[in-house]
Design a protein around this ligand. Structure first.
Ligand SMILES: Cc1cc2nc3c(=O)[nH]c(=O)nc-3n(C[C@H](O)[C@H](O)[C@H](O)COP(=O)(O)OP(=O)(O)OC[C@H]3O[C@@H](n4cnc5c(N)ncnc54)[C@H](O)[C@@H]3O)c2cc1C
Length: 581
């Protein structure tokens, strides 16, 4: 069985030595969130998550959620663990205190989310979607809607969902057909079928609040004709008590590759009572408020799975003996190819952690910093980094899961070791909240073009500044310099060619996205190497410097090749008609 130990030292290093988390406690909203406070809180989270939630991961995978006569039965122990989790305040960690949250930085809640997603990513979806639904109502709901739903969503006592997907409408939200018909009492009758709805039905919370994308009768066709609605499982009376059950059912659940303990529901709305959130036909904008944060959240799910794969592969390779390596040692960790895999796993996970944490830190600065210029810059970083965090961390989770199986050899393929579960659980992360191909298009078509192209310029200037200030570490600065020059050149080419033909870069988006993320990780490894060089612990310092040099010499060097693909002729890609494939 895979085991999980929270990497508290690594987390503390990134928070304190690389990102200077202390800066958050200088902001009025977060005066109490000092480094010591955060460290104590993460210790407590680790105890709960390792002790109560990680042990449910393998059994939950084996049993899975079950559907019987419209009811969803979750694996044993899930309901009790969820109750303990929300009652101890973990669901509402960064929600505002007025809605039963703890009012802590978003960054802190995401660090806890990383642990949760290593321990049990299927479990993490219940609080995760609840937070998404909370954020959507907080951003656009009326005062009455906020008072009705947010206190219990904010604490996690009620859970939430996002009801977007329909059989004909996956990536293409313009094809959504679910109807919302106005009623005399100001509510709307919601009618239609939604598929793949995470946490759509269960009994572990007293109420489930669905956030539904639907179309008004007179709405314009396509994406501009969507509106958002809040649709509770049980109607809420004026005094807050629960009333009658709403008119919708869960008609089945999906049988799927992984995250078995998370129920993925087929929902049938049969004239259900819903209330519009925000203005008519602004559903896409409303949804994206939540979706952007949800994409960062999914990136953290990926990061958690990267950590799980990496720490288990290292522990196994330190114990498993096969033959003798070049240095005469029997454990497989001494074999060159195993070292290569383990270093790639470590370099990816630790580098991605800085990318993800820094993005979450920018969310806090964008929302709470007193200086408007700082808020604006931080929001640019959030916009730029969101597709990178989502796509890079989740692609890496699947890749590292597969690499962990390779490290375990045939044992990795056997269920009882719990490693193949990582491959199965992590694939979905590359697909939902916008597939990773969609993230790449968002990066190239939107983020590179926003505000006259200043978002990527901020990154390129920042890295060049760091290189100019760096002394020593030539093994990292040299390939990082080459990578950032190539990135600047290709970014310029994409920005120019987009103006003449928006399709030019489309074939190279995914390569560009990976090249950008690897360059970002190169910058992270430079900062980690600099911070580790000041570290009193020689073992820690040596570990970080070796991993940084591995990344710089074996992974960062891929950037120019990936970027060459972006500009390569597309003739071969357009040569075949669909039938000739
Ligand atoms: C386990 C699970 C949980 C989920 N949870 C939820 C949930 O809680 N709520 C919810 O609403 N949905 C949920 N989903 C749905 C999920 O978000 C969609 O599956 C996802 O958006 C992709 O849609 P699709 O499956 O229809 O794929 P498609 O849209 O058919 O895409 C197929 C392929 O085509 C590519 N593609 C499609 N359009 C384009 C384009 N314009 N340009 C380039 N490439 C394109 C995609 O990248 C992909 O590779 C869940 C799905 C699963 C499997």
């Amino acid at each position: 069985m895979a085991t999980f130990t929270a990497p508290l030292r690594e987390m503390g290093f990134v928070l304190n030595d690389v990102l200077n988390v202390r800066q958050l406690s200088d902001i009025d909203a977060f005066n109490d969130a000092t480094p010591d406070f955060i460290s104590g809180l993460l210790d407590e989270a680790a105890k709960l998550i390792q002790g109560q939630i990680a042990p449910l991961n393998a059994p939950g995978d084996a049993t899975g959620a079950q559907w019987k006569d419209g009811e969803v039965i979750l694996p044993e122990g899930m309901a009790e663990a969820y109750k303990l989790f929300w009652e101890s305040g973990w669901v509402g960690l960064s929600n505002p205190p007025e809605f039963n949250g703890q009012g802590l930085p978003y960054l802190v809640s995401k660090v806890v989310e990383e642990m949760l997603c290593s321990a049990n990513v299927a479990f993490a979806l219940y609080p995760g979607l609840t937070t998404g639904c909370f954020e959507a109502i907080l951003a656009n709901g009326s005062d009455a809607q906020k008072q009705t739903y947010l206190p219990k969503l904010g604490s996690g006592e009620w859970t939430g969902t996002m009801c977007i997907t329909e059989p004909q409408a996956g990536t293409d939200l313009a094809s959504i057909k679910t109807k919302a018909t106005p009623q005399d009492d100001g509510s709307f009758a919601i009618e239609g079928g939604k598929i793949f709805i995470t946490s759509g039905e269960h009994t572990m919370a007293d109420n489930i609040i669905h956030f539904v994308l639907a179309r008004l009768p007179d709405a314009p066709a396509g994406i501009k004709g969507l509106s958002t609605f809040v649709v509770p499982k049980y109607l809420v009376n004026d005094d807050g008590s629960l009333g009658e059950r709403n008119a919708f059912t869960c008609s089945s659940i999906e049988h799927k590759m992984g995250i078995h303990a998370s129920c993925t529901c087929v929902m049938s709305f049969e004239g259900a009572k819903g209330w519009m959130v925000g203005a008519p036909n602004t559903g896409i904008q409303n949804m994206f408020v939540m979706m952007n944060l949800a994409r960062i959240m999914v990136g953290f799910q990926g990061l958690g799975q990267c950590e799980l794969a990496t720490q288990n592969a290292i522990a196994y390779a330190q114990e498993r003996k096969q033959g003798t390596a070049f240095n005469g040692a029997p454990e497989i960790i001494h074999h060159p190819d195993v070292r290569r895999m383990l270093l790639q796993m470590k370099a990816t996970t630790e580098g991605a952690r800085v990318l993800a944490y820094e993005t979450a830190l920018y969310v806090d600065l964008a929302h709470h910093h007193p200086d408007a210029a700082v808020r604006e810059e931080a929001q640019d970083w959030v916009d730029l980094n969101t597709p990178l965090v989502k796509a890079f961390c989740t692609d890496s989770a699947f890749d590292l899961g597969s690499m962990a199986v390779q490290v375990y050899g045939g044992h990795g393929y056997i269920s009882e070791y719990g490693i193949e579960q990582i491959v199965r659980d992590s694939k979905i992360l590359c697909l939902y909240e916008g597939t990773n191909g969609v993230q790449a298009m968002d990066l190239v078509r939107r983020k590179l073009m926003m505000h006259g192209g200043r978002l990527p310029r901020r990154f390129i200037d920042k890295v060049k500044g760091a290189l100019a200030d760096a002394s020593g570490h030539e093994g990292i600065t040299r390939p990082l310099g080459a990578a950032v020059e190539a990135l600047a050149d290709t970014t310029d080419w994409l920005q120019q060619s987009f103006k003449s033909d928006p399709n030019t870069g489309a074939f190279g988006c995914v390569d560009y996205q990976r090249a950008f993320a690897l360059t970002y990780l190169g910058y992270n490894w430079l900062r980690m190497a600099q911070a580790a060089s000041q570290h009193a612990d020689d073992g820690f310092k040596a570990n970080k410097l070796a991993t940084a040099h591995f990344f710089a010499s074996r992974m960062l060097t891929q950037v120019p090749t990936l970027l060459a693909n972006v500009k390569a002729p597309v003739d071969a890609l357009v040569a075949l008609d669909a039938a000739s494939f």
